[in-house]
Design a protein around this ligand. Structure first.
Ligand code: PAF
Length: 282
């Protein structure tokens, strides 16, 4: 695997892959890789001849009070994992290559960015859209892979690709990969590493409460009452705060008060200082 950290080196490495023929898939990450990321790489390898990954802890998507400095950085370990999966190219630029002195451009995606995580983390999706737009322009992959745990992020990225007429990759070639879960149902996330043993045990209440809510909603239970019960169950389990528990249309992310046949349940909740998110089809 070739690891590059400068744009001219990246361009030569991508040209060399292209010269060999076949399609290039990109798996963008912020590192701290877990099984969920490796699943993205494996899916990418099924769909493209060459797999490239990026590791960049993007400061623009962290709020002032968020954990940018504490975010786990383990480049050597991550590159070993990627290499073992057959990734051919790792793009790992430093912050001043991604955002050189004088950098001034921001990508804002209205609509799908609003509400849910967009409400709790102002500016977060501008940071995501900006860096992913740059990663796409830098690597120019044919296809790209993102985890469905960040469902709203995926919606934002697809909207951006459509709106900006991106061709590498086209919006239709931006693929979501289903959430990978621990044995007790907790969605895999780099943030799970922040949980103490006790918090980790309590965190399993999140997917459990969501599944219970979905079972009730399928029996046509009242949505408001069901979401109220879900919040209460999380509080009893030891969560300190529920940022949101909402049912939305899976594609447009428009708020729903009942199942429209394409509904999804979205929850963000905090346990200690750690914010966990999850989503499931209703
Ligand atoms: O999901 C992530 O890891 C990040 O938000 C992404 C897409 C790599 C952009 O920094």
């Amino acid at each position: 695997m070739q690891t590059v950290s400068r744009l001219d080196m990246l361009r030569s490495a991508v040209d060399a892959l292209r010269a060999g023929g076949g399609t290039i898939a990109l798996v963008p990450t912020m590192g701290a890789l877990h099984e969920g990321h490796l699943t993205l790489v494996r899916e990418a390898a099924k769909r493209a001849e060459h797999v490239a990954a990026s590791i960049f802890v993007n400061p623009r998507q962290f709020g002032a009070n968020e954990d940018l400095d504490a975010y786990p950085r383990q480049l050597q370990h991550d590159s070993d994992l990627l290499e073992a999966e057959g990734v051919e190219l790792l793009w790992a630029p430093p912050a001043d290559v991604m955002y050189p002195e004088g950098y001034a451009t921001n990508v804002t995606v209205a609509g799908v960015s609003e509400g849910l995580c967009g409400a709790d983390r102002p500016g977060h999706f501008d940071g995501v859209a900006t860096v992913v737009c740059k990663l796409f322009n830098q690597v120019r992959p044919d296809i790209a892979f993102f985890g469905e745990k960040d469902w709203q992020q995926l919606a934002v990225i697809r909207r951006m690709a459509r709106d900006l007429d991106l061709s590498q990759p086209e919006a239709g070639n931006i693929h979501g990969v289903p959430i990978v879960r621990e044995a007790d149902g907790l969605a895999m996330s780099s943030r799970n590493a922040y949980l103490s043993a006790e918090q980790r045990e309590a965190a399993a209440a999140l997917p459990r409460a969501m599944r219970d809510a979905i079972a009730l909603l399928s029996d046509r239970a009242d949505a408001e009452r069901t979401l109220g019960n879900l919040r209460a169950a999380l509080s009893v389990a030891g969560f300190d705060r529920v940022d949101y528990a909402e049912i939305r249309d899976a594609d447009t992310l428009a708020p729903l008060d009942s199942d429209n046949g394409n509904a999804r349940l979205f929850v963000a909740a905090r346990i200690g200082g750690t914010r966990l998110i999850d989503n499931m089809a209703v």
